[in-house]
Ligand binder design. Structure first.
Ligand SMILES: Cc1cc2nc3c(=O)[nH]c(=O)nc-3n(C[C@H](O)[C@H](O)[C@H](O)COP(=O)(O)OP(=O)(O)OC[C@H]3O[C@@H](n4cnc5c(N)ncnc54)[C@H](O)[C@@H]3O)c2cc1C
Length: 557
């Protein structure tokens, strides 16, 4: 079994099947290098390889490997050959007895040996340290940086890989991306015992490989909270966009035992916005990710519990309690609920786009793919602010950005300041009266057929298509529970009492409060509400206001 000391430093590894020799080498190494390097020792080639794989998965660096030549099962040369696959840049030293010098010389070619040392190596000051000093100096001259963060190995054009990266990025989990086709990606897969058939593989910061992980598993393994700490709360907020975060900040800061449940990552649509220019107090604009990450921290600071990667699939009233059910069948209860589930982009109806979603066709997620679009031609569908912001953002790196707008002009749908910015950006082209008719590609988007208002079609080369075409509310799961309008948006307050009459089944002798739904004690805030403003500021404001109404409800019930 490999034994190590220290925790995070670059490693020098020694392997010798004789425990006495192994310990002696490690002792001499530690004496001279222990302050700066972590000495890892093993007593067989197999256990040393296992230790190297674990170090690789954790993202540690290995500078030098010293291996005894004569070891049973796997000799030093065979071991170094395999070690090279895991850590190709580590310097390799073979320890041999005099009689084995010929084998050591042969190994110089076979495993690209840097040095062989004759046993005994006493005194180390003369025989061991000068060699090691040189090798460590040469190793340090290279560009080696530890990768302690989470690692994702996958295919560049895979929808699943893209989802996992998006999930980590939006949850502020730092990660490093490796393509499974590149050598380091292959080395990581091999260290994880994977052949690359099932991707992505996420390797957590502690070196645990997760194969094709689902969001809840991934969330739990990268340290995000996924399980409620209690089974009863004053307030459950469903949805972690601006409205839900606003509700959580105000709820928790005003003393309500508050839990926020988010099915993916906090931030909602705003978290995907590259630049919000019209949010109060930010005259130079603010990235949606930054704004919502601050809000998340603020909510936590006030004591709100935040669960990520937990989807709510049911809501029931049971006496005074409101029961919120999760997709895995578990549930929590509360005195009150705020629905803040927002909206998501409508899917493009053009043939081919479904199959290529995540493989060149993206909905709303311009941020994480921006680097990959560098110097490419990018197409964006949509004429509203979200499409305009994405165009501005992507134009910084892309060769060209073409905005495809169904309408005759942008003026009816986009803010004036954005239209002006777009006009002033030379690599953005706006094509009004144009729609995507179909998308084509084998495993990744390659071409688009565009159709103009006269019916003429054109086939264009395209690797990237970002779609921002209006939104549908996340409220299907509420069918039969709270009243919604014909498009699925949740009705609240005065919208529930059009002729002055309360909604069917309403049993209280007061009408619903302003943001209260057809179920007393269940409120709605933000984009999911019928007739809402679809703005960050109004979503946050409604979250705060809903909390005020929760207090009123609790006082009177
Ligand atoms: C790219 C882009 C740019 C934008 N730019 C601007 C701008 O510049 N200015 C501006 O004012 N507005 C802008 N908007 C609009 C603004 O972001 C939205 O109005 C705002 O985010 C609405 O907030 P919300 O909390 O109501 O909903 P959302 O932001 O949609 O958040 C809802 C959250 O609920 C979660 N959820 C949904 N269903 C469930 C469930 N069943 N269980 C658990 N969680 C669930 C979702 O995952 C999501 O995180 C932009 C939107 C986009 C997409």
């Amino acid at each position: 079994m490999a034994q190590a000391d220290g925790a995070t430093r670059t490693v020098i590894m020694t392997v010798d099947d004789d425990p006495g020799v192994s310990r002696a080498v490690a002792r001499d190494l530690r004496r001279r290098y222990g302050a700066s390097y972590r000495i890892v020792r093993a007593e067989s080639g197999e256990s040393a390889l296992q230790a190297l794989r674990e170090l690789k998965l954790r993202g540690d660096l290995v500078a030098v490997i010293l291996a005894d030549y004569r070891m049973p099962q796997m000799n030093g040369i065979e071991f170094l050959e395999q070690a090279m696959d895991v850590y190709p840049a580590a310097r390799r030293v073979l320890l041999t007895a005099y009689a084995d010098t010929d084998a050591a010389i042969d190994a110089i070619n076979v495993v690209d040996l840097d040095h062989y040392l004759l046993k005994p190596w006493d005194p180390p000051e003369e025989k061991l340290y000068p060699v090691l000093d040189d090798l460590l100096g040469a190793w340090r001259a290279g560009d080696h940086r530890p990768v302690p963060s989470t690692k994702v190995v996958g295919h560049r054009w895979s929808a699943r890989s893209s989802e996992v990266r998006e999930f980590l990025a939006r949850n502020q989990v730092p990660y490093r991306w490796y393509s499974a086709e590149e050598p380091e990606g292959r080395r990581l897969l091999s260290a994880a015992g994977q052949d690359g058939e099932r991707l992505p593989v996420v390797i957590t910061a502690d070196g645990t490989p997760l194969v094709e992980p689902e969001a809840p598993e991934l969330a739990a393994r990268v340290g995000l909270a996924t399980t409620p700490a209690a089974d009863f709360y004053d307030l459950v907020v469903i949805g972690g966009g601006p409205a839900g975060l606003g509700a959580a900040v105000y709820g928790a800061s005003e003393g309500l035992r508050t839990v926020l449940v988010e099915r993916s990552a906090t931030g909602g649509q705003a978290g995907q916005s590259s630049r919000i220019e019209n949010y109060l107090g930010f005259p130079d604009g603010v990235s949606g990710g930054q704004l919502t990450e601050r809000a998340r921290r603020q909510a936590s600071k006030f004591g709100a519990e935040i669960l990520t990667a937990r989807e709510v699939t049911g809501l029931e009233a049971s006496g005074a309690a409101r029961i919120v059910r999760f997709s895995d069948g578990s549930s929590i209860a509360a005195h009150s609920v705020i629905l803040a589930t927002g909206v998501s982009y409508r899917q493009l109806a053009a043939p081919g786009t479904d199959d290529l979603t995540g493989c060149g066709v993206f909905y709303g997620s311009a941020l994480t793919e921006a680097a990959a679009c560098q110097d490419h031609d990018v197409y964006i569908v949509g004429g509203a602010n979200s499409a305009g912001q994405a165009a501005m953002f992507l134009s910084r790196g892309a060769k060209s950005v073409t905005l495809l707008v169904r309408g005759r002009s942008l003026t009816a749908s986009m803010s004036h300041y954005l239209i002006r910015q777009i006009e002033e950006t030379p690599n953005i082209r706006v094509r009004c009266g144009t729609v995507v008719e179909s998308a084509h590609g084998d495993g990744h988007l390659e071409r688009l057929t565009l159709r103009d208002e006269h019916g003429s079609t054109e086939l264009v080369d395209a690797q990237w298509l970002f779609v921002f075409i209006g939104a549908a509310p996340h409220t299907d799961w509420l069918d039969g529970t709270v009243l919604r309008d014909e498009r699925g948006f949740i009705l609240a307050g005065p919208d529930l009492t059009p002729g002055g009459r309360p909604p069917a089944g309403w049993e209280l002798d007061r009408p619903p409060y302003h943001l209260e739904t057809s179920v007393p004690g269940v409120f709605v805030a933000g984009d999911a509400r019928a007739e809402s403003a679809k703005r960050v500021a109004s979503a946050v404001g409604e979250g705060a206001m809903a909390v005020m109404l929760v207090h009123r409800y609790l006082e009177q019930s």
